[in-house]
Design a protein around this ligand. Structure first.
Ligand SMILES: [Zn+2]
Length: 313
């Protein structure tokens, strides 16, 4: 299965619109630097950029920071804040259309505790009465269609919502190494939906999905989506096509052997990730597993040895 590909280029264009030519751009990390308008105009009273490129923006994580005046002039926070301050209303409106979740709250970027929706019911705990409801039947049909077994439902505590804002969604909870809830995936099971996923607002980049299920002494599989991880024991989903620095560091510290299995359409990303991971003490302990054609992880059904293992050099 494929997680939706995110195109960040419209956000990048808005930034260029506001701040002009960039100094450095790392499109793999979605990071770009511009002359800081606060340093240039407010501090140095220039009517052009100061040529330093100290304003760093990460348009994937939606955050920015000036390396010089962040502390003294509060030049850091969400992209929403940045555009609101330095862009025009038209640019802000354009940004909000691209990122409808962004609002003032995003400025705070606090580590809010995550709770499961109050309407949440785990499949394994559904009562007989609940099993007769259309909500249960629809949700359970979807589970069967995706070949998710009762055992998987039990191991991962997968459930659905009887109502509320997460109605018509399958919920896959994530618990950290101490079995504290740190995230959940809420995927729509309706044919037509405006938002396939509606996940809680937390910093995805600091989460290791279901770390409590990981045995670091065994090979750890790296996959894209939360649903992929259900089908492959001892796997960690990146929750996207790119690996966060936090996951990278954790793997580097804890993993003994790593197998990367992204969707076939992301094979270039997979090769790049392979080269990023296969260094230092992980050298020679990372494997890149190529899925054939349109196969995805659900097709493997935990029987990965049948598939061709390919180690890149
Ligand atoms: Zn600055």
């Amino acid at each position: 299965m494929s997680t939706q590909e995110v195109d960040y280029s419209p956000v990048f264009e808005i930034l260029e619109d506001i701040f002009g030519d960039y100094k450095n751009h790392n499109d793999y990390r979605c990071q770009v630097s511009f002359d800081c308008p606060v340093c240039s105009h407010d501090i140095k009273s220039l009517d052009h950029g100061d040529g330093k490129g100290n304003l760093e923006v990460n348009y994937k994580y939606g955050v920015y920071k000036c390396w010089v005046c962040a502390e003294t002039h509060d030049t850091h926070g969400s992209i929403y804040k940045l555009i609101k301050k330095h862009g025009n209303p038209k640019q802000l409106k354009k940004y909000l259309l691209l990122k409808p979740d962004e609002d003032e709250e995003a400025n705070k970027r606090t580590y809010k505790p995550v709770r499961l929706p109050k309407e949440f019911v785990a499949f394994k705990d559904a009562s007989m009465g609940m099993k007769l409801t259309p909500q249960y039947k629809q949700a359970h049909n979807y589970i069967k269609k995706r070949n998710i077994t009762d055992l998987m439902l039990q191991i991962y505590g997968i459930g659905f919502c009887m109502g509320g804002q997460y109605e018509h969604r399958i919920i896959v909870p994530s618990y950290d190494e101490n079995r504290r809830l740190n995230y959940f995936i809420a995927r729509s099971y309706l044919q037509k939906t405006k938002r396939k996923y509606m996940n809680p607002e937390v910093q995805k980049e600091i989460i290791i999905f279901n770390e409590h299920l990981i045995n670091w002494d065994e090979p750890v599989y790296i996959v894209e989506g939360a649903f992929d991880s259900i089908f492959l024991p001892n796997s960690i989903p990146m929750l996207g096509k790119f690996m966060s620095d936090h996951l990278f560091m954790t793997l580097y510290q804890k993993a003994k052997k790593i197998m990367i299995v992204l969707d076939p359409d992301a094979y270039n990303d997979q090769e790049r990730l392979y080269h990023r991971l296969n260094c230092g003490k992980l050298m020679g302990k990372v494997w890149s597993i190529k899925l054939e054609g349109d196969k995805d992880i659900a097709d493997l059904q935990g029987n990965i040895s049948e598939y061709k293992l390919k180690q890149l050099d």
